[in-house]
Structures are given as structure tokens and as C-alpha cells.
Write a protein that binds this ligand. Structure first.
Ligand code: 3AM
Length: 179
């Protein structure tokens, strides 16, 4: 089995800025700088033998290239449950269009549909029992964060696997967007 997802990789300069946002929240596990990405579609565990089907489906996606702007930070979840701190994405029809193209290509190839609404974000940290007051301050202090426009010319199929010190994301293949 292999754990897969489709994402946009972010340029090193953008990842450096995102990593620079980190710190000051007790209980936060910050995303390793090389792992910062924007998920387009989570696929999950599949048999290795299905990789060619996924590859073919993704290679058949045609969608236009676009610019991405990261905008602000926020959190998913609340209370003591595990939460996520994220950097947001400025309203972007082309990104939703790409998500839908990938979604329908995977469903046509026989994979189960994603039931959850697509909420584009870059995960900055996973929170474990972080005091809400500190999380709230982190978000307020970084409300003006913006990065981009970032030209997005392709999307990527990645493998997620456990590494020695946390999860490792390995890019398997890039798929071009239309210029
Ligand atoms: O891009 P982020 O970091 O928000 O949390 C996982 C990560 O999200 C998410 O897919 C991305 C690459 O691993 N993920 C993990 N399990 C998931 C699931 N069952 C999931 N997304 C949706 N459903």
C-alpha cells in the first residue's frame, strides 16, 4: 500500500517565510520546512498496483496555470481537540477549478469521491492542548501575512510515508498546467 495526495509544491522562498511565522505557541508541532505544501486532493492509502491508474487520471487533467496568493493565518478546530494552524489562500477560482478537475478525474478512474468541501490551506502546525489564548494571539499577530503572487505551472502527486523524524513527502510526478 502507498499513501498518496495531490498538492502544489511551494517555492523555497515562500516556504522560508511560512516557516518564519512559527514559534510562540505551546503544544504546536510545526510543519518541517520541506513539507510545507498546499493539498489539492487527499487520496489516501491505495494498492501500489493502482498507481498507473492514478497517474493516467492526473495526466489527463487539463486546467490553466494560475497565480496563488497566500493570505493570513487561521485555525481549524477548537478546544482541546487536535487542531491545525494554517496559512490561508486568497480567493482563487482557478485553484477550485483544478481541485474539481482532479476530483472528477479520480472518480472517473474509480476512486471514491471526496465527501468534504475543499478548504485550501497550508498547514503550519498541528496543535496539541495549546492554550487558546496563545493560539488567538498568534493568529492576530500574523493577520497581515501575505505571500505571492506565486506562479503555479504544475501540480504534483506525492507519497506520504513515515520517516525517522516525522512524515516525509516524496514527489512522484509533476503534471503541467496549461500556460
Ligand atoms: O495538507 P494538509 O497538511 O492540511 O492532514 C493531511 C495533509 O493535510 C491530509 O492530507 C494531507 C497530506 O497528508 N489528510 C490525511 N488524512 C486525511 C484524510 N483521511 C487527509 N485529508 C483528508 N482525509
Amino acid at each position: 500500500m502507498i499513501r498518496l495526495f495531490v498538492a502544489l509544491e511551494l517555492p523555497a522562498a515562500v516556504r522560508e517565510r511560512l516557516a518564519g511565522l512559527g514559534g510562540g505557541v505551546p503544544g504546536a508541532r510545526w510543519t518541517e520546512i520541506n513539507n510545507l505544501h498546499l493539498t489539492v486532493r487527499f487520496i489516501g492509502e491505495v494498492e501500489n498496483g493502482l498507481i498507473p491508474d492514478i497517474d493516467e487520471a492526473l495526466a489527463g487533467v487539463s486546467a490553466p496555470a494560475f497565480d496563488l496568493v497566500l493570505d493570513g493565518v487561521g485555525q481549524f478546530g477548537s478546544g482541546s481537540r487536535s487542531r491545525i494552524l494554517w496559512a490561508g489562500v486568497e480567493r482563487n477560482e482557478a485553484l477550485f477549478h483544478l481541485n474539481q478537475k482532479v476530483e472528477s478525474a479520480l472518480v472517473r478512474a474509480g476512486f471514491p469521491p471526496e465527501e468534504r468541501r475543499y478548504t485550501p490551506h497550508v498547514t503550519l502546525a498541528r496543535l496539541h492542548n495549546s492554550p487558546q489564548e496563545r493560539v488567538g494571539r498568534f493568529i492576530e499577530d500574523r493577520g497581515l501575512f501575505r505571500a505571492g503572487p506565486i506562479p503555479i505551472g504544475h501540480f504534483t502527486l506525492l507519497e506520504s510515508r513515515p520517516g525517522r523524524s516525522g512524515v516525509v513527502y516524496d514527489p512522484l510526478r509533476d503534471y503541467p498546467l496549461e500556460p
